[in-house]
Write a protein that binds this ligand. Structure first.
Ligand code: ADP
Ligand code: MG
Length: 260
C-alpha cells in the first residue's frame, strides 16, 4: 500500500492535537521566532495562524519529515511551508551567510502567476526580516537572461515553474543543487494536470544525484541532514497521490478530509 496513506491517522491526530484545535493559538505558540512573529503582525496583519498553519508549521519546525498537505484553496498553505523554511534558515545562520551560501530550498509552482505570487510574498514580506536570505524566481519568458544572471549572483530560495527550472538545470550550468534541503511541490494536483510529472521526476533524480551532506562551515547545523519534501494540494485525487509516491518518503499526511 501507499506509504503515506498509512500515516493518515497520525496526520489527523497530530502530536500537537491540542494546538491544532485551539483557534486562539498564536504564531508564538507554534514555535515561530520573535522576529517573524513581529513581521506577521506588522507587515502582514496576520493575527492568528489558520488551522492548516497550526498543523504544518510545528511539523516542519520540529520533525524533519516529508509532508503531504491537503487543504482547500484559500486555507493558508503558502505561509505554512514558507515560514518554517525561513525560520530554519535564520536558525542555521551565524550571521555570516549570504546569497552565495547556496540554494537551500526550491518551491515548484504550476504557473508563472502562482510562482510570482509566492516569490513576491517571500521577497516583500517574509524575507524582509532576514536580509541575507535571498529569494529568486525562475519562470522564463522574456526574463531568461536576467534569471541566469540572478542565479549566478546567488539565491537561497528558488521559486520556479518545472519546465523552466529543468531548462536552467540543463542549459545554465551554474545552478548548484547540492545544498537543497527543502523541496516544495505546491498545487500538486495542478502540477499533474499540467503535465509536469516528467519534469518533476527528472528534477528529483538530479537532486538525488547532486545532494551533498556538506553544508557551509559557518552554518550551525540546524538544517535537516537530508532533503525534506513537501507536497501541497487542494485535493487527494489519484494523480496527486501518484505525485506523492514519486516525491515523498515516509511522509506524514495532513489533511482536512477523511480518506479511505
Ligand atoms: P492556499 O495556498 O491554501 O490556497 P494561500 O496561502 O494563498 O492559501 O492564502 C490564502 C489567503 O489567506 C491569502 O490572501 C493570504 O494572505 C491569507 N492568509 C494566509 N494566512 C493567513 C493568516 N494566518 N491570517 C490571515 N490571513 C491569512
Ligand atoms: Mg496555494
Amino acid at each position: 500500500e501507499r506509504d503515506y496513506t498509512q500515516k493518515i491517522d497520525e496526520g489527523l491526530k497530530p502530536s500537537n492535537g491540542a494546538l491544532l484545535n485551539d483557534e486562539s493559538a498564536t504564531f508564538k505558540a507554534l514555535g515561530v521566532n520573535e522576529a517573524l512573529c513581529k513581521s506577521l503582525e506588522d507587515k502582514m496583519k496576520y493575527s492568528k495562524p489558520t488551522r492548516i498553519q497550526r498543523a504544518v508549521i510545528p511539523a516542519l519546525l520540529q520533525e524533519d519529515r516529508d509532508l503531504f498537505v491537503q487543504a482547500q484553496t484559500g486555507s493558508g498553505k503558502t505561509l505554512s511551508f514558507t515560514l518554517p523554511i525561513i525560520q530554519k534558515l535564520m536558525d542555521a545562520s551565524d550571521g555570516t551567510l549570504n546569497r552565495k551560501s547556496g540554494v537551500f530550498a526550491i518551491i515548484l509552482s504550476p504557473t508563472r502567476e502562482l510562482a510570482t505570487q509566492t516569490y513576491n510574498f517571500l521577497a516583500s514580506k517574509l524575507c524582509s526580516t532576514c536580509h541575507w536570505i535571498v529569494p529568486g524566481i525562475v519562470i522564463g519568458g522574456e526574463k531568461k537572461k536576467s534569471e541566469k544572471a540572478r542565479i549566478r549572483k546567488g539565491v537561497n530560495i528558488l521559486v520556479a515553474t518545472p519546465g523552466r527550472l529543468a531548462d536552467h538545470i540543463e542549459n545554465t550550468g551554474n545552478l548548484d543543487l547540492s545544498r537543497v534541503r527543502y523541496l516544495v511541490l505546491d498545487e500538486g494536483d495542478r502540477l499533474m494536470e499540467l503535465g509536469f510529472e516528467e519534469a518533476i521526476s527528472k528534477l528529483l533524480t538530479q537532486l538525488k544525484k547532486d545532494f551533498s551532506r556538506v553544508l557551509p562551515a559557518n552554518m550551525n547545523g540546524s538544517l535537516p541532514s537530508k532533503r525534506i519534501n513537501v507536497l501541497c494540494s487542494a485535493t487527494l485525487k489519484d494523480k496527486v497521490r501518484k505525485l506523492g509516491e514519486i516525491s515523498l518518503t515516509d511522509a506524514k499526511l495532513i489533511t482536512s478530509q477523511s480518506v479511505d
